[in-house]
Design a protein around this ligand. Structure first.
Ligand code: G3P
Length: 218
């Protein structure tokens, strides 16, 4: 399973890149707004830190305008992935861009039918939002299960399931059990994955015993 981080905060991206666990980055208009910076500057900086796919989302909603914005975004770096909304115009742009060899991340997916359309449009990634479905009393993971099943039925689909709107480590584990290709994690959730109280307790005991030996290794 690939781990992307869902943020536009450079300090977080730098720190997480150092872990060696980061395969890519996703951003969206809200995350760019939160950063308080210009999208072109932020995406360029992220692409220089992380060699994997970096999703930059268009703000346009009509085909021609989406294509114009995509042309600007894809100039930033070779690893920019163009993120488009799951709308008729977004999917049309997805098809055009995919035909030109551009990686596209189709976002705001809330149903299996929508995910099927994105695969047919040649998306590199489909982003189903599990947390936002959970928020309205629907089971986000059931959607992941459905999409994985559907995509597995058609080996000619190359679209990877990128689980988005993740809120906690259980989402990540469940997505991995279902065979989703990618999880995009808020930085705090990625850090939470390390944690277990028995790890902390066990390490403290080992170190206490070790200090009694008076030995050093290096
Ligand atoms: O970037 C898309 C997605 O991960 C947003 O998550 O937390 O705003 O629902 P959230």
């Amino acid at each position: 399973m690939k781990f992307f981080v869902d943020t536009a905060e450079i300090a977080d991206i730098k720190a997480l890149a150092e872990t060696g666990l980061l395969d890519g980055v996703t951003t969206n208009p809200s995350l760019i707004a939160k950063s308080g910076r210009k999208i072109l500057d932020v995406i360029a900086e992220i692409c220089a830190i992380v060699p994997g796919p970096v999703s930059a989302e268009v703000a346009a909603t009509e085909y021609d305008a989406i294509m114009r914005e995509a042309a600007v975004l894809r100039e930033i770096a070779h690893n920019v992935t163009i993120k488009v909304p799951l709308t008729p115009d977004g999917l049309r742009a997805c098809r055009t861009l995919a035909n030109e060899g551009v990686m596209v991340n189709v976002t705001l997916c809330f149903s299996a039918a929508q995910a099927l359309l994105a695969a047919k449009a040649g998306a590199a990634f489909i982003s189903p939002f599990v947390g936002r479905l959970d928020d309205i009393g629907q089971d986000g993971m059931e959607l992941i299960s459905d999409i994985v099943t559907i995509y597995n039925n058609y080996p000619n689909f190359r679209t990877e399931v990128l689980v988005a709107s993740i809120r906690h480590p259980i989402h990540v584990v469940q997505a991995a059990k279902l065979g989703a290709h990618v999880a995009t994690l808020p930085p705090n959730v990625l850090r939470m994955l390390y944690n277990h109280p028995l790890t902390d307790k066990g390490l403290a005991a080992f170190l206490a015993d070790w200090s009694k030996t008076g030995q050093t290794i290096a």
